[in-house]
Design a protein around this ligand. Structure first.
Ligand SMILES: CC(=O)N[C@H]1[C@@H](OP(=O)(O)OP(=O)(O)OC[C@H]2O[C@@H](n3ccc(=O)[nH]c3=O)[C@H](O)[C@@H]2O)O[C@H](CO)[C@@H](O)[C@@H]1O
Ligand SMILES: O=P([O-])([O-])O[C@@H]1[C@@H](O)[C@H](O)[C@@H](O)[C@H](O)[C@@H]1O
Length: 415
């Protein structure tokens, strides 16, 4: 049963800005992650996720939601982290309900002792299935699976061959992934686009299941609405690395300034490297748009940050699966302006939950933002559609239910 605070809807005419059509909105809706119908079953299956652990980004967000929600389907999750860092530390924080965190650190990319450590964890904690999330952890897991005789699942979050802007790292990761996948029992992809990518690379169709990413239904209260002709605050939320296209957003912002629109870009999240950060700062300085950019570091409270945005912008260049920030924005009823890459169009239809621009194209991105700020696209309609689409298709429980089904079918030899 969904248990949520859902006050009586009010007519937003009094709240609505000039130039945007009023609709009926709920002023405060915060829907906590909830249980599926029925009582929580007892745990009858334990899965060990083998994860990188150094960042807290999209894959880790998926892992944490799975860890929290799988027990509602009778499945307990543990995590073996092969790199120390943010996710590994967050697993150990008081109050973390993601599952048990274990250390399986590697001293270098080819440190195969981590596989022996995974085997020890399986024996000590009674895990019955292994689940890897990156090429590096696929390699470790494939060896650990051989050592333990357990089946293993590979979760594809992005295409290894175009996952980063480092061509050599992409080639090495794609090669490692190919070798490891020879022994993989089943693949989960986060988008249909990635399923097709795996099939094109030779994985048998029946070995791949799409489990779309999902996030909890958290729609923070919003009291201020954007107005045509007023100031718009759009935000990008990410671990900032070249493939996310922050440069394109900055160029688009300069174009919007030239066109006379009052749009500010809020950049929320850490930078992967100081070199990348310095390059971005130089670009901002050269374009003389310091007055239009606000920068924040990593935030733990993404829903609160979203509640202060008029739109979430994600100008990814390539390499996405189904970005979590897109789904988080939709859950928070924030329109999304993103690019037509990989799985993003599976969540956002142009003109419905948001707007889609062409990747690598500041003009196209500026045009999309302009559509919204000039009121040619109705903000309230888009906000409500985003909220509805999330609720119907991209909840954390739907994702956990999909993963649980794959686990059970695999162990019952139906897959
Ligand atoms: C290029 C790439 O490999 N992208 C994939 C990666 O996501 P990637 O890590 O690139 O980006 P996502 O948008 O999916 O995730 C970023 C996550 O970090 C969180 N965040 C960000 C900034 C901040 O300050 N605080 C914070 O908590 C966001 O709320 C979000 O949950 O894994 C996702 C999960 O399957 C995939 O769908 C993405 O396509
Ligand atoms: O294992 P590795 O190549 O060093 O680590 C990489 C991670 O640092 C990165 O966050 C992720 O997006 C890549 O897919 C890759 O897994």
């Amino acid at each position: 049963m969904l248990s949520h605070t859902n006050p009586a809807p009010v007519d937003s005419a009094s709240l609505a800005p000039a130039g945007l059509s009023p609709v009926t909105v709920n002023p405060v809706i915060v829907i906590p992650a909830t249980k599926p119908p029925g009582l929580t079953p007892s745990i009858d299956l334990k899965v060990l996720h083998v994860v990188n652990g150094e960042h807290f980004s999209g894959a880790e967000r998926v892992q944490s939601h799975l860890g929290r929600c799988l027990p509602k389907f009778g499945i307990g999750a543990g995590f073996a982290c092969v790199k120390p860092g943010k996710f590994a530390a967050m697993l150990k924080e008081p109050g973390s309900d993601w599952g048990d965190g274990h250390d399986a650190s590697m001293t270098n990319r080819f440190d195969l002792r981590a596989a022996a450590r995974v085997r020890e964890l399986v024996i000590a904690h009674g895990y019955e299935l292994l689940h890897a999330h990156t090429p590096r952890t696929a390699m470790i897991t494939s060896i650990a699976a051989r050592m333990t005789g357990l089946p293993w699942i590979y979760h594809v979050h992005s295409p290894a061959s175009r996952d980063s802007s480092n061509a050599m790292a992409n080639r090495v990761n794609a090669w490692i992934e190919r070798q490891a996948l020879r022994s993989c029992s089943h693949l989960i992809t986060v988008s249909e686009s990635l399923r097709m990518d795996c099939i094109r690379k030779g994985v048998a169709e029946e070995k791949v299941t799409v489990v779309h990413n999902g996030v909890p239904a958290v729609r923070p209260p919003r009291t201020v609405f954007p107005t045509v002709g007023g100031r718009w605050t759009i935000g990008m939320i990410a671990l900032m690395r070249p493939r996310k296209g922050l440069e394109v957003a900055i160029d688009a912002l300069a174009k919007l300034k030239e066109r006379g629109h009052d749009v500010t870009l809020r950049v929320i999240g850490p930078f992967e490297t100081t070199v990348y950060e310095a390059g971005i700062q130089s670009q901002i300085d050269a374009l003389e748009i310091q007055d239009r950019i606000e920068r924040f570091g990593f935030t733990k409270d993404v829903p609160a940050a979203l509640a202060e945005l008029d739109a979430m912008v994600l100008p990814s260049l390539f390499g996405e699966g189904l970005p979590m920030v897109v789904l988080e924005a939709m859950a928070a009823a924030v329109p999304v302006i993103a690019t037509r890459v990989e799985g993003t169009p599976e969540a956002v239809t142009h003109g419905v939950e948001g707007l889609l621009a062409e990747p690598q194209d500041p003009e196209s991105l500026a045009d999309a933002i302009e559509e919204l700020v000039t009121g040619r696209q109705d903000w309230h309609r888009m906000s409500e559609s985003a909220f509805q689409t999330h609720a119907q298709k991209f909840s954390d429980l739907a994702m956990a239910s999909g993963a649980a089904e794959v686990y059970r079918r695999l162990l019952n030899h139906i897959l």
